[in-house]
Design a protein around this ligand. Structure first.
Ligand code: NAP
Length: 346
């Protein structure tokens, strides 16, 4: 593409918003046109409004941009939303009404019947749903929750090859998943917290829409029982999940690992810039995957799996890891937009 598409980042000062800035600053197709946040930040230079905690340097020209309010007047046609869920619903609808395609990380529209809950490697066909949207000139597309994404990426090759009937998952989730400033240090240092509000419900519900069948313009939810337990731990980035599954038909360990390692879908075939070359990696070392070692695998967009072994209650169990603010948020949303651009939907 010769001319980059101007994009607006809503909630640009938060944990996910900063990751959008980091991933979009040199993007080959998209150019940051505006950074938007609350009235607390609007009017300030971005470097003064944000507490930049990414490991990369904030580019000077971006640091000098003036933060705008989220009033849907800034010119552009694509908006990435990393807004607090308390305000995302109405703001995202206002941007869609003004003609923007809104690619959102927030939970607000995920279960709207006309809004795709999109994972490009899994349900690109669900983009057909946007034809029925009535938000105005624009459209709304959503990402799953950051812990759902690792789970569905690991399950998809198994769903296709063997079927998946039951899933039990226990998460160990990173601090950046709770936004900025997030959990207070006195609550989490030397500690783990066995509760993340609303997270278990999201993990049990979202995969059913993602794996659902598109029938006559509607998604018929998949039939699968999922039980989730979510914990917060003192890791900065990268959610780990211990998963047990009952398959639809029997499979041996080699067949399961082959299904993971061979899995490819539209983003890989299209060569989308943000797409991982190999979406799912299986690690044969006994003590892998680990957040510090594997969260940045393939630009932070690949899911790492290890420790496949038989389960004495269900059929098989394993451990997975995915980067929550890249694959599970900003990177996933950018991949959604790249898919739409490649399909001529922007
Ligand atoms: P966060 O760090 O708390 O950031 C929230 C952003 O929303 C900030 O930029 C904030 O701007 C802005 N905001 C708050 N109130 C506003 C208002 N009234 N008007 C306009 N902007 C307002 O949260 P986060 O972790 O980045 O998460 C953002 C969204 O993504 C949430 O819906 C979250 O559930 C979802 N998500 C997060 C993750 C993750 O790993 N963190 C993963 C997937 C999805 P100010 O700085 O000006 O207050």
């Amino acid at each position: 593409m010769e001319t980059k598409i101007p994009v607006v980042i809503l909630g640009a000062t938060g944990s996910v918003g900063q990751k959008f800035v980091e991933l979009l600053k040199d993007h080959p197709w998209f150019r940051i046109a505006a950074l938007c946040a609350s009235e607390r930040s609007a009017g300030k230079q971005y470097k003064d409004a944000v507490n930049w905690f990414q490991s990369s340097e904030l580019p000077e020209h971006i640091g000098q941009m003036i933060v705008q309010p989220c009033d849907a007047t800034v010119m552009g046609r694509l908006a990435f939303s990393a807004l607090d869920a308390a305000v995302a619903g109405s703001i995202e609808q206002a941007y869609a009404k003004a003609g923007y395609t809104v690619v959102s990380n927030s939970k607000n529209h995920r279960h709207h019947p006309d809004v795709p809950l999109l994972v490009p490697e899994i349900n690109a066909s669900h983009l057909e749903l946007i034809q029925g949207q009535q938000f105005g000139e624009g459209k709304i597309i959503t990402n799953p929750n950051c812990s759902t994404i690792g789970l569905v990426m690991a399950l998809k090759p198994l769903v296709d090859a063997f079927g998946v009937r039951e899933v039990s998952v226990v998460t160990m989730q990173a601090l950046s998943g709770s936004g900025y400033p997030g959990v207070s240090s006195l609550d989490i240092v030397d500690n783990a917290v066995p509760y993340i509000g609303g997270e278990e419900e999201k993990m049990e519900k979202e995969p059913l829409k993602i794996f659902g069948d598109l029938i006559n313009g509607h998604v018929e939810p998949a039939v699968m029982s999922i039980s989730a337990t979510c914990n917060r731990i003192a890791v900065v980035d990268g959610h780990m999940e211990c998963v047990s599954v009952r398959l639809g038909r029997s499979a041996n360990a080699q067949q399961i690992i082959e299904a993971w390692e061979d899995y490819r879908a539209e983003p890989q075939e299209m060569g989308l810039p943000m797409a991982p070359v190999q979406p799912v990696h299986y690690h044969r070392e006994d003590n892998y995957p680990q957040p510090r070692k594997h969260r940045m695998l393939d630009k932070g967009m690949a899911v790492s799996i290890g420790r496949l072994r038989s389960c004495s209650i269900l059929d098989w169990k394993f451990t997975l890891l995915s980067h929550n603010t890249i694959r599970g948020a900003a990177g996933g949303a950018i991949l959604n937009a790249e898919l739409m651009a490649e399909m001529g939907l922007l």
